[in-house]
Design a protein around this ligand. Structure first.
Ligand SMILES: Cc1cc2nc3c(=O)[nH]c(=O)nc-3n(C[C@H](O)[C@H](O)[C@H](O)COP(=O)(O)O)c2cc1C
Ligand SMILES: C=C(O[C@@H]1CC(C(=O)O)=C[C@@H](OP(=O)(O)O)[C@H]1O)C(=O)O
Length: 403
């Protein structure tokens, strides 16, 4: 079983990611984790912060010479912007004056950074978080609510992806299905061979016309001072049959995937396979008939998205995820000033126009973590080799007529 957690604030010194239960023998280098982090930073519609800030990765434990050693893996992603935030985010007490006035730098931005935030953004965690935790400043709320934390998840996802790939040859890809009103009209389902091309597309969409429409939509929203949401899809190939279980409600692989996707900031909907479309079909056109062709048993369609009865059925797993538009809307929305109770416009310094493209990379990471956890549960062993043998023995136990 894998256990993971993250810590860290958006403008804190660093994010920390911890993963327990990693088998020995997983190959992964810091460079590969850095490459995963770079994919999350990219994407059309990201804000200015992504350009100047760096994810400074250090692998603190769990690896030796590029191979996991079976101990907990701890990763640090230092925030290169920390020196600017050292006072406002200091874990130790600082003189109150230094927070409220220009801390001697003569820099207006420094003053703004230190000011209490009292105009909560509709759609963000600000107001409810202030009430819940008893703050008169939204800063401590937004610092942890921020999706900066997803950098830590993506680092963990790189590790989970390496487990999946080495133990079972599992690959994961993601693409953008729609961005605002612009849709990928091609209906094409990407495969692992498309990974590089998807990373090269600013909107993770392979259809050139649809991609251009998505880019135009983002440009229009930005010009109008607005923000956008969208739908992304994660596809996992080569997942062995039988991960997850119908035996317990939260043992179901689809329930775990849905919860994992919903845990991503701004995700408001999850669909497995054809999900909502299937709900409108008659049963005769909703399920995936089982046939034996060329000696192999498979489904003629994959409307179920590779999961039946809460278990992977050997077909590609498809998960769609709906992200709402960014709540820091430049054309700021109505709110109240929590200091005075008076009407105000919501705080806005800068933000992404859309998080849909990086959202796909984060969703890949979450899917990889869930599948890696299911793999270690079913084929648990202390090393990759032991897990591979357990998998081979299980596959060998399935009668030939059902393979
Ligand atoms: C990769 C990514 C980047 C995001 N960037 C921003 C942003 O720049 N500004 C913003 O207001 N929200 C951003 N969000 C969304 C907020 O973090 C999210 O709306 C907020 O935490 C409230 O949670 P909820 O939307 O799940 O209710 C981003 C989300 C993701 C996944
Ligand atoms: C820093 C990241 O995303 C941030 C997520 C985020 C939010 O509210 O979720 C708000 C923005 O931060 P700020 O308010 O400081 O501009 C994004 O830049 C990142 O993804 O690395």
């Amino acid at each position: 079983m894998l256990r993971w957690s993250t810590a860290g604030e958006s403008h804190g010194r660093a994010l920390i990611a911890l993963l327990e239960g990693v088998p020995a023998g997983v190959h992964l280098t810091s460079e590969e984790v850095r490459a995963a982090l770079a994919r999350r930073r990219a994407g059309y519609g990201r804000g200015a912060r992504q350009k100047w800030e760096q994810d400074e990765l250090t692998v603190l434990s769990g690896f030796r010479h590029g191979v996991s050693i079976g101990s907990p893996v701890a990763l640090e992603i230092a925030n290169s912007e920390w020196p600017k935030w050292e006072t406002v985010m200091s874990p130790d007490p600082v003189p109150r004056e230094s927070l409220l006035i220009d801390a001697g730098t003569g820099d207006e931005r420094e003053v703004a950074r230190n000011r209490p935030l009292t105009k909560p953004r509709p759609g963000h965690a600000d107001l409810t978080g202030m009430n819940k935790y008893g703050f008169d400043d939204a800063r401590p709320v937004l610092e942890r609510a921020s999706a900066r934390e997803t950098a830590a998840r993506v680092a963990l996802g790189a590790l989970a992806g390496a487990i999946n790939s080495e133990v079972a040859g599992i690959n994961v890809v993601s693409h953008v299905v729609s961005l605002g009103q612009a849709e990928d009209t091609s209906g094409y389902l990407p495969t692992p061979e498309d990974s590089e091309a998807l990373d090269a597309s600013p909107v993770r969409c392979l259809d050139p016309d649809s991609a251009q429409q998505m880019i135009d939509t983002v440009d229009e929203a930005k010009k109008a001072g607005d923000t956008l949401g969208g739908v992304i899809e994660v596809v996992l190939y080569n997942v062995p049959t039988g991960l997850g279980t119908y035996a317990t409600p939260f043992g179901r692989l689809d329930s775990q995937l849905a919860a994992a996707m919903m845990s991503i900031q701004s995700v408001k909907g999850v669909e497995i396979g054809d999900g909502f479309t299937t709900a409108r079909r008659p049963g005769s056109a909703a399920h995936d008939e089982i046939v034996r062709e060329d000696g192999r048993v498979h489904r003629v369609t994959n409307r179920a998205g590779g999961i039946e009865g809460g278990m992977s059925n050997g077909e590609p797993i498809r998960v769609r995820v709906a992200l709402k538009p960014i709540s820091t809307v430049p054309r700021a929305l109505r709110t109240i000033d929590t200091e005075t109770g008076e009407a105000a416009t919501a705080l806005h310094q800068r933000s992404d126009t859309t998080a849909v493209v990086p959202g796909a990379v984060v969703a890949e990471a979450m899917a990889s973590l869930i599948v890696a956890d299911a793999l270690t549960q079913k084929f648990g062993g202390d090393s990759v080799t032991q897990m591979q043998s357990a998998l081979a023995s299980y596959i060998g136990s399935i009668p030939e007529v059902r393979k």
